[in-house]
Write a protein that binds this ligand. Sequence first.
Ligand SMILES: *[C@@H]1O[C@H](CO)[C@@H](O)[C@H](O)[C@H]1NC(C)=O
Length: 225
Amino acid sequence: MPALSDYIDLSQPSLWVAVGSICFNPLFWNFVARQEYRNKVLTKLALRKPYLGCYLLGVTIFGLGILRDHLYQTALASQPTLPFLHYTEFKLVAAAVFAWGSILVGTSMWALGYTGTYLGDYFGILMDHKVESFPFNVTSSPMYTGSTLCFLGTALWYEAPAGLVLTALVYVVYQLALAYEDPFTGAIYARREAERASAASKGKQIDAAPAQASSSAVRSRRSEL
Ligand SMILES: *[C@@H]1O[C@H](CO)[C@@H](O)[C@H](O)[C@H]1NC(C)=O
């Protein structure tokens, strides 16, 4: 009778390191972003320059993403494989899934720009309008969807059932992150709309507003790396 350990080796520390990294990343950027929004911690550290703070956070998030991907692959390399997945067809599926995931992540970064991707809205750097072009017309959170697909493609490539379990964890973690982030960023943009509406009614000033309240817009969501 097949045992669980034929599919996933829970005794490998690298597996738990990967679990930790997958859970840590969204916790980290949400914690830091909320701190930034409430107390302007990064902006203060970055010599009161919100753009510099956002760039530094972006570099950090990007680096943590690279590290997490590395830890994930390291974990899969020491996990049992499923002979069933050892077919060329699955390698092709793995490559296609990974490629599609990368396209979703890459094109959403392109569409959002640097500050749109890396939580600029928490720094007061708001998007001018909601991005609805590709890939946002395919899925509402293409970065999370794309990133999850990259995990799935990698799991198939390594033929490792443990990778499928970790991919499911990535999915759950991203769903939780979305449930936590979306209402908050929605409120940031709703506040900007309210400020603009009140400014307009107070005498139709022409746009002299700082970056905090640029032109009209609804919220637009980045979604991770
Ligand atoms: C999304 O936009 C792209 C590029 O403009 C287009 O080719 C594609 O058909 C659109 N997809 C959907 C589902 O609307």
